[in-house]
Design a protein around this ligand. Structure first.
Ligand code: ADP
Length: 588
């Protein structure tokens, strides 16, 4: 199961990196989405502006083409032609006007008007036939004519006829020295311009349309028949070359327009928001994809980085735990950065120092216990002699005190013995034989030796020997020590009237011996330390029980030297089962 420790460095680093990378990715992502949205809007605007200006240029070209043709300049000065009778060059103008109307199929009428406003020559197109009209009017009241007389080119408002929209163009006829001698007026159908608008394309559903100066529709790329359609509401909303979103024909569109220099007409482009936005969303999806990809990459990169940092820290932590539990092991060279390397070096120096200290302590303990052994043994010997009455009679009070002294001396001797064993075990000088032995003998001797202790607490010791005598590999004397230790613990840490059972089990090539008691058991949280030197489980029940905490440590060393293993199971208040295995000796 995944364990999350909220206060661990690893979790904090994960949280830190996740917050850091997520927030920067989110900020960058939203910024790019915003910028891309802006850029896309600009792109849409520039696509529309380009289209508008292209269509405007094409339209204006049609008009200027006609105007240029109508701009007739007589190659003489006014004084040179003033005296020439009009009829002489009327013939020329008839030719010119006829030519012009034939050249432009969309010209409905072309008229030569003198400075009094009187129509002099007039050609009209009727059912594709060009005829000279005999109905000649006076146009002097017309404002546009008056303007043209002042050497200005004038274009009328658009007139919407059943045959289509048309305009009137008034162009002055001038002499070489810029004197206006007449005005040409042409009525022109806007068919060419309608064609230009029809041919415009904006995405697959965008469209363009042309409005006159009063915002009436002249031509539309998608609408064919129309009359009196006014778009003032759209135009009044915005300025030229500005992109805005509005509803047109029930659809949301991006719209922008351009105003003509020549005529004040407007070229408008509209692009349904749905389609135009696809352009935007395509970019935004790409950004989101990249953001997710970067997020995933930085997530994995941070995992690698965090593990890279945590690994040596964990290594040092485990090594420190080892040192804490008495295993003085140095950290092997690992690939690490400078700071960690220094930390490892310092740690190893500390371990060296501890090993040195341990050695000194061991030597001291060995020397002290070795030197203590002889005088304490002598003390015990003399006390035995006195208590035996060999030296003389002693009174009861003195005997009582001497008995207490003897018991303390025995405990002291046991401690000295244990300390010496430990010193030997640690220096490798502990000698243990590995030969075929009879385990039952060791067990029975130990039981025999501990009978008085068992009787004191009225504990029954039950031993179930194997049906068939089985020999194991070990050291008989040492095994007796081991059994005395196990059984005395089973008695010491037991209730009065308790029970101790000893039985065997054969598993593969091993003989397992179990020592089961009905005693206090060992609290769960103290169990892992049970085989450590000087460790004694703490509880109310064991408070007054004498011991050194060295027995099980020595037992473990001895059994392992005999190539066996030791373990136990224990339940507080229920009892314990201590077990050890030894190799079964192969029969000769
Ligand atoms: P000592 O008995 O001298 O304290 P040991 O090394 O023999 O030292 O045992 C270590 C500790 O393990 C004991 O202090 C005791 O708390 C616990 N212990 C050992 N055997 C038993 C047992 N059979 N039942 C309960 N506790 C035990």
């Amino acid at each position: 199961m995944l364990k999350i420790k909220l206060n661990s460095l690893k979790t904090k680093l994960y949280v830190y990196f996740t917050v850091l990378s997520l927030s920067s990715i989110l900020i960058l992502g939203s910024l790019s989405v915003y910028l891309s949205f802006k850029t896309s809007l600009n792109n849409i605007l520039s696509i529309q502006t380009n289209l508008n200006s292209l269509k405007t240029k094409e339209t204006e070209l049609v008009l200027t083409n006609l105007i240029e043709t109508l701009k007739i300049i007589i190659p003489q000065n006014y004084t040179e032609i003033a005296h020439i009778p009009f009829d002489q060059y009327k013939i020329n103008f008839i030719k010119i006007l006829n030519q012009i109307i034939s050249q432009f199929p969309n010209l409905l009428e072309i008229t030569y008007i003198d400075l009094n406003g009187q129509e002099i020559i007039k050609f009209i197109r009727d059912n594709n036939q060009i005829q000279e009209s005999l109905r000649l009017d006076n146009l002097s009241p017309l404002q546009l004519f008056q303007e043209a007389k002042k050497a200005r080119i004038k274009i009328s408002e658009v007139h919407y006829t059943l045959n289509g929209p048309l305009i009137e163009i008034f162009v002055p006829v001038q002499t070489k020295d810029n004197v206006v001698i007449a005005v040409l007026m042409a009525k022109f159908f806007l068919n060419d311009i309608i064609e230009i608008i029809k041919k415009s394309q904006l995405g697959s559903s965008g469209y363009t349309y042309l409005l006159d100066e009063n915002n009436y529709l002249i031509a539309h790329s998608q609408i064919n028949h129309h009359l009196n359609l006014n778009f003032s509401s759209v135009i009044n909303k915005t300025k030229p070359n500005n992109l805005i979103v509005y509803n047109n024909f029930g659809k949301k569109v991006y719209g922008s327009y351009l105003v003509f220099n020549l005529t004040n007409w407007k070229m408008v482009s509209e692009w349904p928001v749905n389609e135009a936005n696809q352009l935007i969303f395509r970019q935004i999806y790409l950004i989101i994809f990249v953001v997710i990809l970067v997020g995933i990459i930085s997530f994995f990169a941070s995992i690698i980085f965090i593990n890279y940092i945590i690994k040596p820290i964990n290594l040092i932590k485990e090594s420190a735990q080892n040192v804490g539990s008495g295993r003085f092991e140095k950290i092997k060279e690992t690939k690490a950065d400078e700071e960690i390397k220094i930390l490892i070096e310092e740690f190893n120096k500390m371990v060296d120092g501890l090993i040195q200290l341990q050695k000194l302590k061991d030597e001291f303990v060995f020397l002290a216990s070795h030197e203590l052994k002889a005088p304490v043994s002598a003390l015990k010997g003399y006390l035995t002699l006195i208590l035996d009455g060999t030296i003389g009679k002693i009174d009861e009070v003195a005997r009582e005190y001497l008995l207490k002294m003897k018991s303390s001396t025995e405990r002291l001797l046991q401690l000295v013995h244990d300390l010496l064993e430990i010193s030997r075990a640690e220096s490798g000088a502990l000698k243990v034989k590995t030969e075929p032995i009879n385990i039952e003998e060791a067990i029975k001797t130990a039981i025999e030796e501990l009978k008085p202790l068992a009787q004191e607490k009225n504990i029954e010791i039950k031993y179930q020997p194997l049906e068939k005598i089985t020999q194991v590999i070990g050291d008989l004397e040492r095994l007796k020590e081991v059994m005395i230790n196990f059984i005395s613990n089973a008695l010491k840490y037991n209730y009065e009237n308790g029970k101790v059972e000893i039985f065997h089990e054969i598993k593969n090539d091993e003989l397992i011996t179990h020592i089961k008691d009905t005693g206090f058991g060992i609290p769960k949280d103290q169990q892992e330390k049970i085989f450590q030197k000087f460790f004694r489980a703490q509880s109310k029940l064991t408070e007054n029980i004498q011991g050194t905490g060295l027995g099980l440590f020595i037992v473990k060393q001895l059994i392992e030297k005999m190539n066996g293993r030791v373990w136990f199971v224990s339940e507080e208040g229920q009892g314990s089962i201590f077990s050890f295995s030894l190799k079964i000796a192969k029969e000769a």
